[in-house]
Design a binder for this molecule. Structure first.
Ligand SMILES: [Zn+2]
Length: 142
């Protein structure tokens, strides 16, 4: 589908189901899965998500795990950006698979090891929040 086609169909979408079906057709294989939320070890990620939702006047729904947010193809990149914006404004949080690790026990989202390290770096620059001392593939309570 071209970006124009996607945009035109999006205007006509009447429900979230319509939008999700359009995403399936407009970016096949882009959405890898849905997760209900973040591990309690990373409350600040949920807090940030809540802030975005508050600004948009919606409630948090689900994390959407996507393959990527980048493309060398400008048309595809525009389609990704459009879908990400629509999902975000509806209470979803779009995250790249490379940034997310799913706890094998409770199935909630943890940062991947790479993303954890990015968080730690940012934290050293003065961000205020609590995170586990080391990265783990499951929650501290699991
Ligand atoms: Zn867990």
């Amino acid at each position: 589908m071209s970006y124009e086609n996607v945009k035109n169909e999006l205007v006509q979408a009447k429900s979230m189901e319509d939008v999700l079906s359009l995403i399936d057709r407009g970016a096949p294989g882009w959405v890898l899965g849905f997760v209900s939320g973040f591990s309690p070890d990373y409350q600040f990620l949920a807090d940030n998500w809540n802030k975005v939702c508050e600004k948009n006047g919606v409630s948090p729904t689900q994390l959407v795990i996507v393959r990527t947010l980048e493309s060398n193809d400008e048309e595809i990149k525009k389609i990704y950006d459009l879908f990400a914006a629509v999902l975000t404004s509806s209470g979803f949080l779009v995250r790249r698979i490379v940034d997310i690790h799913i706890c094998g026990s409770c199935k909630l989202a943890l940062p991947s090891q790479g993303y954890y390290e990015t968080i730690v770096q940012n934290k050293e620059q003065g961000s205020e929040f609590n995170i586990p001392e080391t990265w783990s593939s499951k929650c501290s309570s699991c």
